[in-house]
Ligand binder design. Structure first.
Ligand code: SR1
Ligand code: MG
Length: 401
């Protein structure tokens, strides 16, 4: 099915047909701008004459950067599911959800134009206080509320079954876990990193990836964001930073969501902090910024653990002892370390590269790729030995020497 795509000219007319958002925006005065830079969607910011705004996100039937690559338009249902759950359970740590139009394959949500995509802020060396902790609270809240930790299996299992989308999941399976470890047209890298990339085509390492991928496919623990990199997170921009009552971060772009191990979301996030740390080192950013970056693993993980423990009083299953909780947290930590390595490698050499690396000069980029690949490989191979968040930062620092 191919839905009728909106244009900047038709957004106003479309909104006029949506009585449910009439209190949020005056469709008759709307001006729309398409601002999407992701892979699967059009993103329109619609603003009325009174400066009230909202965002419409509509699924494309192909990948924006490669129109010959057809993709399911049903990713919009993952987007809606994730936004709705995050809006309900995370106390404002996502863009607010305004509704789904299943037929037109679009969702309506809060406009966060006055916020800043975290990746851009990190690239500029900006410290965002509390943003790591916000991601820990987000993942801790969402995982508890949508899993059998905090909800009855009669609720969780049908939701899980309804969220299964093999076509969407396959994109993550291939891009994150498989393609970087084989010769594949999606891969590219700097000549300076050649030896390290070719060394990834190794069966022992592939076995480690198989274990991570198997867990991703089989541990349907809780509803995931599914693509929780720093380009899927907003932090307060200059005009809203310091405003009372606003959270330190808000997640968006839930279109790759589904049920999987909570460690996957945490690992995706950590993998992008690894790359941010490498960029900061290569650019010689000031020690304060670099110290804050390497502390993000602990800030995030501690907030995640604290959130899980704080909710334990309302756990569902009498078998879920505190000892079980601690074992699950420990397993999740080590799994997250492996996912961090996999994410850092795919963002360095595979499809969907990141501006942290692509905006460097050739020489800087070659060095950054080498550092990232060394650190990431260690994280995958030695995930079981990375005891805690400080050790993760230490692996990245060791790869820089
Ligand atoms: C075809 S979409 C490729 C990638 O874009 C997003 O950033 C996700 O990470 C996905 O893997
Ligand atoms: Mg995205």
């Amino acid at each position: 099915m191919t839905t009728q795509l909106l244009t900047e000219q038709t957004v106003g007319e479309y909104l006029a047909s949506r009585q449910d958002v009439a209190s949020l925006i005056d469709a008759s005065t709307v001006v729309a701008t398409e601002v999407g830079d992701g892979n699967l969607n059009l993103v329109f910011v619609a603003r009325d004459a009174r400066e009230r705004s909202l965002v419409i996100k509509q699924t494309l039937p192909y990948v924006r950067g490669d129109h010959s690559w057809s993709v399911t338009e049903d990713s919009i249902f993952a987007e809606a599911r994730g936004l709705e759950a995050a809006s309900a359970h995370t106390d404002g740590l996502s863009a607010a959800y305004y509704g789904l139009d299943a037929e037109r394959r679009l969702v309506l949500m809060e406009d966060l134009s006055s916020w800043r995509v975290w990746r851009g802020a990190l690239n500029d060396g900006v410290v965002s206080p509390g943003a790591g902790a916000a991601i820990g609270v987000l993942t801790g809240s969402l995982s508890f509320a949508t899993s059998v930790l905090g909800a009855q299996p009669e609720t969780v299992l049908p939701a899980l079954a309804g969220a299964v989308n093999p076509e969407l999941w396959r994109i993550t399976e291939d891009l994150v876990f498989t393609e970087p470890y084989f010769e594949h047209p999606h891969n590219s890298w700097s000549p300076a990193a050649n030896d390290l990339v070719l060394a990834l085509r190794d069966d022992a390492l592939r076995t480690r990836l198989a274990i991570l991928k198997f867990a991703f496919l089989t541990r349907a623990e809780s509803l995931l964001h599914g693509d929780l990199h720093t380009g899927s997170i907003f932090v307060p921009g200059p005009s809203v930073a310091g405003s009372a009552g606003i959270p330190a971060a808000k997640a968006f772009d839930f279109e790759f969501g589904g049920y999987g191990p909570v460690a996957f979301d945490l690992g995706m996030f950590f993998g992008n902090i690894v790359i941010a740390q490498v960029r900061a080192q290569v650019l010689g950013r000031d020690p304060g910024f670099r110290g804050w970056l390497s502390g993000l693993y602990a800030e995030t993980w501690t907030a995640f653990e604290d959130r899980v423990r704080a909710q334990w009083g309302s756990h569902i299953d009498p078998l879920h002892t505190e000892e079980f909780r601690e074992q699950w947290l420990s397993q999740s930590w080590h799994l997250a370390v492996g996912y961090a390595g996999a994410e850092a490698i795919r963002r360095t050499i595979g499809w969907a590269k990141v501006s942290d690396l692509t905006t460097l000069t050739d020489d800087q980029r070659g060095e950054a790729e080498r550092q990232t690949l060394r650190a990431a490989r260690t994280l995958i191979e030695e995930a079981g030995g990375v005891a805690g968040p400080d050790d993760l930062g230490g692996v990245v620092e060791a790869a820089q020497s």
